[in-house]
Design a protein around this ligand. Structure first.
Ligand code: ATP
Ligand code: MG
Length: 415
């Protein structure tokens, strides 16, 4: 009796030459972690695919959609695993086509990865095709653009038969591109930016600036909900939380009203860069989109960016709000982001923020408070929450300049 399995297809990692085995290993580890709630029996590589088998009935069907969401998965197919027995795999072909849903036309696409099987691809197409024509006399075979394709894949001693197959999110397996620090608010954009950079293989280490103690800590819980919504396909290992409220108050009292937001952001960037150094992260990621709000004009981006040497990546810079909203819905963060919570963005906001900052005024405002001491204070008082997961590795044990810094770190309110 044929059993159900998921066949995972990947594109880009296949292109990476000698890195390929390494990338495949990461993808398999991520799949296993994403499927922790299922009874995965094996997760192995077979002939350019990853084969996931389950020990409980019905689990391949249930895990299918989770697999589609894992970065690096270009496509997933729900297959019947058969022996090299024509009766068995032809019956499986009939079954998969029955289960496919409405169709009028179909074709068989056979492939052999071993040439030791006596039937050639054309023979296999014909053999299975005849059985299907007999089973579905009212349906037509169509070579170009059929409604349904029945794939028959001969690999080693097995034959995998499938018609149900859907695209995955694509990209690269998380962990293949190194760490980045992402500035994560509970808004709509930064969760999408975090997801996008993870889909390109990066390990996102989010930093959230809370308005605490000047505001409640609601935004911190929303950010945790966002991290849970991204899982299990995208896993965040650690969230840093920076209570920023008192410092914002200090800035708001010291600096001209219209430049406050730029000052807040310069401090946020500088603190994030320090965390990036501690984590060994190579870039800072934000959810900024050009011109979307006052702080995201080219002048203001430049006025903020200059405080850091680390590259700042903005995956959404050219996206429209509607596109970002659609992505937020598809990754499951939109509803959480629509819940309002005061965070540092809503705190001490000027009525008319500067939209085209002049550098000399920015520099003058920057000297109106002890920014060095403030950054140092915020870095020392940063809190964190650990979520686990296979791709995140905690910073190495303390050495040289991070010694003092890490010694002062303390875990955030344990869950
Ligand atoms: P978002 O929807 O991501 O909050 P936004 O459109 O509200 O973005 P801003 O509030 O100007 O725009 O924030 C721009 C970017 O700055 C955000 O995308 C995020 O990367 C970062 N950011 C803003 N607020 C915070 C915060 N409280 N903690 C961490 N990062 C933040
Ligand atoms: Mg925001």
């Amino acid at each position: 009796m044929a059993s159900r399995v998921c066949l995972v297809h990947y594109h880009e990692i296949g292109l990476k030459g000698k890195n390929r085995a390494h990338f495949e290993r990461i993808l398999m580890d991520n799949l296993k972690a994403a499927l922790a709630a299922f009874s995965v029996a094996t997760c192995t590589r077979i002939s350019g695919h990853i084969l996931v088998t389950f020990s409980k009935k019905g689990e391949a069907e249930a895990a299918y959609d989770t697999i589609r969401r894992v970065p690096g998965v270009a496509r997933v197919s729900l297959a019947l695993h058969c022996n090299r027995d024509p009766e068995e795999y032809c019956a499986a072909a009939v079954q998969t086509l029955h289960e496919f849903g409405p169709f009028e036309t179909f074709k068989v696409e056979a492939r052999r990865s071993n040439t030791d099987y006596e039937l050639h691809t054309m023979d296999l197409n014909r053999q299975v095709g005849e059985v299907l024509c007999h089973a579905f006399p009212e349906k037509k075979v169509k070579m170009k653009d059929p409604d349904a394709r029945v794939h028959v894949l001969v690999v080693q001693g097995s034959v995998y038969v499938y018609a149900k197959s859907d695209r995955g999110v694509g990209g690269l397996p998380q962990g293949s591109a190194g760490k980045v620090v992402t500035l994560l608010s509970s808004g709509i954009d930064s969760p999408v930016a975090t997801w996008m950079i993870a889909r390109r293989g990066a390990v996102p280490v989010p930093v959230h600036f809370s308005g605490r103690p000047q505001t409640a800590d609601t935004s911190e819980y929303l950010v945790q909900d966002i991290i849970r919504a991204l899982a299990p396909a995208v896993q965040v290992g650690r969230l840093y939380v920076v209570p920023f409220g008192d410092c914002q108050r200090e800035i708001s009292m010291a600096c001209p009203n219209d430049l406050r937001v730029i000052m807040y952001r310069r401090v946020m960037y500088a603190v994030s860069e320090r965390i990036a150094q501690l984590e060994g992260a190579r870039a800072i990621v934000t959810g900024e989109s050009l011109g979307q709000v006052a702080s995201q004009t080219l002048e203001n981006i430049a006025a903020v960016n200059e405080v850091v040497d680390t590259p700042v990546l903005r995956p959404l810079i050219g996206s429209d709000k509607q596109e970002i909203i659609e992505r937020a819905e598809s990754i499951g963060t939109y509803d959480i982001s629509c819940e309002t919570a005061p965070d540092c963005c809503t705190l001490f906001m000027p009525r008319r923020p500067e939209t085209h900052a002049k550098m000399d005024e920015v520099h003058a405002a920057w000297e109106m408070f002890d920014h060095e001491a403030m950054i140092e204070h915020l870095v020392r008082n940063v809190e964190w929450i650990d979520f686990g997961g296979p791709t995140y590795h905690r910073p190495r044990p303390l050495h040289d300049r991070h010694d003092r810094l890490e010694a002062k770190y303390r875990p955030a309110h344990a869950e």
